[in-house]
Design a protein around this ligand. Sequence first.
Ligand code: ATR
Length: 280
Amino acid sequence: MANDQPFILAGVMGWPVAHSRSPALHTHWIREHGLKGSYVLLPVAPDLLGDAVRGLRALGFAGCNITIPHKVAAMPLVDHIDPVAQRIGAINTIVVNKDGSLSGYNHDGFGYIQSLLQAQPGWRADTGPITVLGAGGAARAVLVALIDQGATEIRLCNRSLDKAQALADELGAPIRAVPWSQRHEALRGAALLVNTTSLGMKGQDPLDLALDPLPVTALVSDIIYVPMQTPLLAQALARGNPVVNGLGMLLHQARPAFASWFGVMPEVTPSLRHAIEATL
Ligand code: ATR
């Protein structure tokens, strides 16, 4: 790399944000590619989000990630919103364009699909029914990505059926809302199961799910990464299903954001995984 390369600044806005793994992740890639730059934590209280986002350009930032609780509130603060982010209804990345305008993107769904592909290179969305548990913000990103990948049947189970129905109405076919009480039966014949609820996360109750109707060939994924092996994944592994945890989604969603700021599309390598796993 030439010595005259610019110093590039990026970061993550959240509240609180001290726990974020993003600085470790992006710093790993800055070093790996011999770039000059820094990725910093940006703790921003909700009432100051507008000031902070508008300040990105003046502070010389190439952009930033947006995390909880700002992913929806940041949308009206940017000048352009990518169509995928529009459908997801949230942004997780802001890019400061050359003309100073701000563009908002959401790479969470991309990260989810890439995590499946890294675990199972031949994976396709259209090989059978998909059962999605949960209808919150994370589910929206996963659902939009699965639809864009060509999913033909998505059974969406949520504790509050009205939220699942609203998502089915909004995002359209192939989603069908299924009552939470029918979640076990909704596994029959499925090719992919994904948990987007908080059940199974460290400190939360485990997901109560009888896997018996699920084919043993079905891919079982959990977007949780603390712990890396949720009770759901342990249960799936014990009966022989292939499994994918949530770490890959976290790592892969960061790649296109890094590329837009630093100009290099980075890879998720074993050494990056080990570095981030060591922080969990
Ligand atoms: P995120 O943005 O991470 O998706 P969220 O929007 O708070 O977080 O969504 C959490 C999801 O976990 C929701 O689908 C929620 O179900 P409800 O829509 O009925 O609230 C689900 N969830 C949380 N606790 C649950 C529980 N004890 N049983 C079943 N589902 C639960």
